[in-house]
Design a protein around this ligand. Structure first.
Ligand SMILES: Cc1cc2nc3c(=O)[nH]c(=O)nc-3n(C[C@H](O)[C@H](O)[C@H](O)COP(=O)(O)OP(=O)(O)OC[C@H]3O[C@@H](n4cnc5c(N)ncnc54)[C@H](O)[C@@H]3O)c2cc1C
Length: 433
């Protein structure tokens, strides 16, 4: 089967066709429906490539000597068996990168994803959300993201289209609307329980992201206005003319503050003065910095401090414009929130109709609880991507603790490849081959 897009139908053509046929509109409807589903998922959980090669090789099974050949298509029909060598949990960019590498290695696997449609967290961001780098620097292994046809960096919608086309291109075996509820031991295998059944696996790759576990600090005081998190923000329109407090000095906080500036009466609150990266630094440069740091640490050289040493906020065009127009004035963190709004230590106060907490996320790992792995600050100790106490479990995405830039589009390919190499090599127990 030819898994490539039909000849002459680049990504733009596919996009155009989507718009022409109304598929795009249906996509929007799905987005709305999926937001509802996503809330349910959050309730459930919440409580919890080296850069991709630009070679002409488009088939993940081709081109590597010494590995097993890909399995026949019928062997990949997991509806029948419910067993696999590897179960990948999560079908966002990290799960897809894992799928590509597993297919290339010829391993038998299935990807289980809680959502009804592709895109991972990218289908839930706010309307103006854009990548912090151009498409050419946002690539999964095997196939770079097609250029964004509009001005500026790609939109979240473009990323969703890319991920959807990517999984189609490589015919990745993804089962959608199947939420993993628990991973436990079953003799020498893993039992992967879902809301619709059970899978038996020799190894598990967990790639469930963080979007589903928003973090909000506890702030007593009986605030009566709206309390939102980054994940709830859609766009500035609903806040027009309102008094809005945005809390957080990271990328989400800066971008949402820039989005609201000039529309709402904005108060932007950050714990420390905002640290903008130099304007020319984008996602590609961040990846290079993270890679240099890893290489330095691996070769016993001094810690280069990595990305953290540069600053926190990528000056994407919207942020740059708002900042340069003087619209992003920051206030220090308030001491408390009373019923009407924030109160600062010097006694000043401000009315707020809404407070938007852009205070980050935690790894979404609730499904791994039955394995009783020790966690530190919500993270499972890892060596590379492999769980220290569970060599057949790999964690992908989430953050730098699963490998440099593993939680970015450009970086996850390298860590996915490392995880699959480790599984092939036996991951401590020669479990797979
Ligand atoms: C606001 C924001 C902006 C960002 N901007 C950039 C950027 O510009 N460039 C960049 O490279 N990175 C960016 N990132 C970081 C990163 O690329 C994204 O967070 C990305 O979505 C992470 O992909 P993922 O596959 O790890 O997780 P997700 O996209 O969250 O995918 C996880 C998948 O797992 C599924 N899932 C979750 N739990 C279960 C379960 N129990 N069972 C089954 N399925 C489950 C979910 O449905 C989802 O589809 C940004 C992140 C945020 C939050």
């Amino acid at each position: 089967m030819d898994r490539r897009l039909p000849a002459g139908q680049g990504f733009r053509a596919v996009l155009r066709a989507h718009h022409d046929t109304g598929v795009h509109r249906r996509g929007q409807q799905l987005r709305t429906r999926d937001r509802r589903r996503h809330r349910c998922l959050r309730r459930h959980l919440g409580a919890g490539p080296g850069r991709g090669r630009r070679s002409a090789d488009r088939s993940p099974g081709a081109g590597r000597a010494g590995l097993r050949q890909p399995l026949a298509a019928e062997t990949l029909d997991h509806r029948v068996t419910g067993t696999a060598q590897v179960v990948v949990i999560g079908g966002g960019q990290a799960g897809l990168a894992a799928g590509y590498c597993l297919r290339r290695a010829g391993l038998d696997f299935v990807i289980l994803d809680a959502q009804a449609q592709p895109g991972g967290a990218w289908s839930h961001g706010w309307d103006s959300l854009r990548l912090f780098s151009p498409a050419r620097h946002s690539l999964l292994p095997g196939w770079p993201m097609p250029p964004y046809p509009g001005p500026g960096y790609p939109t979240a919608g473009h990323v969703v289209e890319y991920l959807a086309a990517y999984e189609k291109r490589y015919a990745l075996p993804i089962r959608r609307a199947e939420t993993v509820t628990a991973v436990s031991h079953d003799g020498t295998r893993f039992a992967v329980s879902t809301d619709t059944g059970k899978w038996s696996a020799e190894a598990v790759v967990s790639a469930t992201g963080t979007w589903w576990r928003p973090f909000l600090p506890l702030m007593p005081g009986g605030f009566t206005g709206r309390r939102l998190h980054t994940v709830d923000y859609r766009g500035p329109e609903e806040f027009a003319g309102q008094d809005v407090v945005v809390v957080g000095g990271g990328n989400s906080g800066a971008q949402i503050a820039a989005d609201l500036a000039g529309v709402a009466n904005l108060t932007w609150v950050t714990r420390r003065p905002p640290r903008y990266l130099p304007d020319h630094i984008d996602g590609k440069a961040l990846f290079d910095v993270a890679t240099r740091r890893r290489q330095a640490l691996e070769t016993g050289q001094a810690d280069t401090a990595g990305v953290a040493g540069l600053g926190d906020i990528v000056a994407v065009p919207s942020v740059r414009e708002a900042r340069d127009a003087g619209l992003l004035r920051r206030r220090e963190m308030f001491a408390r929130l009373d019923s009407d709004g924030p109160v600062w230590t010097d006694g000043t106060r401000r009315h707020a109709d809404a407070v938007i907490w852009c205070t980050g996320f935690r790894p979404s790992l609730g499904h791994l609880a039955p394995l009783r792995l020790r966690t530190t600050r919500g993270r499972i100790p890892t060596e590379g991507t492999r769980a220290v106490a569970e060599p057949r479990l790999h964690l992908l995405g989430y953050g730098d603790w699963t490998g440099p830039a593993s939680a970015t589009i450009i970086g996850v390919g390298m860590t996915a490849r490392a995880a699959v190499d480790d599984l092939e090599a036996g991951g401590g127990r020669r479990a797979i081959l």
